[in-house]
Design a protein around this ligand. Structure first.
Ligand SMILES: C[S@@+](CC[C@H](N)C(=O)[O-])C[C@H]1O[C@@H](n2cnc3c(N)ncnc32)[C@H](O)[C@@H]1O
Length: 216
């Protein structure tokens, strides 16, 4: 479990990260961060970033977190997970960046958690750094999930881990793209083997190839 001060911030943060799954992320980040940076796709307001950043505060290392901060489909007005307080009044669009910044500053994790603001596919096209841990929790539609899979897992270093959120093998439990477009292809590629599962979180270790090698 993370230290009490950070647990309070994780609980208070807006977002979508149950405690048992956050704790799973934290445990794997503690193991992996001594070997290189971690990267999260899907920052939202920084809830999961606190669990990752807590590990970086404990063992050293850095966590990059990528988001365009305009929200996913389900965060837009009229959808299930819309939060009107996160709309930029002038532009009339979602902007989760100010809330994220306040959340991470209040948690005292600005030295550990680095925001990368942009579309996942755009950022990833220029990314070249081997990752000790990759956490995918971005857009949950077919296209964004497919793009995240084609863009990011190749940068996981040999022995590093790929964590995927909202993996629901049973369609009755939730949407399919993280399962069908990320989890199943990663296993089928032969580059990853499952090492942990908590709730909808799945953790795979890179057991073949190295950072930069394509994951087909
Ligand atoms: C499920 S939320 C992330 C939740 C967060 N990890 C937490 O702990 O609360 C998904 C996030 O992915 C972002 N997102 C969706 N599609 C994206 C894309 N193509 N590029 C960058 N960010 C994207 C959305 O803006 C949203 O903030």
């Amino acid at each position: 479990m993370i230290p009490d001060d950070l647990l309070a911030h994780a609980r208070a943060a807006k977002g979508f990260m149950p405690e048992d799954e956050g704790s799973c992320l934290h445990r794997w980040a503690r193991e992996q961060l001594p070997h290189g940076p971690a990267l999260e796709v899907g920052t939202y307001c920084g809830k999961s970033a606190i669990w990752l950043g807590a590990a970086a505060r404990e063992v050293g290392g850095a966590v990059f977190t990528v988001d365009h901060h305009r929200g996913s489909e389900e965060n837009q007005a009229g959808w299930e997970h819309h939060d009107d307080t996160l709309v930029d009044g002038e532009l009339g669009v979602m902007d989760t960046l100010p809330t994220f910044r306040r959340t991470i500053a209040a948690a005292g994790l600005e030295d550990q958690v680095v925001a990368v603001v942009g579309r996942s596919g755009t950022v990833g096209a220029w990314w070249r750094t081997p990752l000790s841990l990759l956490f995918i929790d971005g857009g949950h539609g077919v296209e964004p999930a497919r793009t995240d899979y084609l863009t990011w897992p190749r940068w996981v270093a040999a022995g590093g881990v790929l964590a995927i959120h909202d993996v629901f093998p049973d369609p009755a439990d939730g949407g399919r793209p993280p399962y069908e477009e990320i989890y199943l292809p990663a296993l089928a590629s032969g580059a990853f083997s499952e090492v942990d599962a908590v709730g909808s979180m799945r953790v795979l270790r890179r057991t073949a190839g190295d950072a930069g090698d394509l994951v087909a």
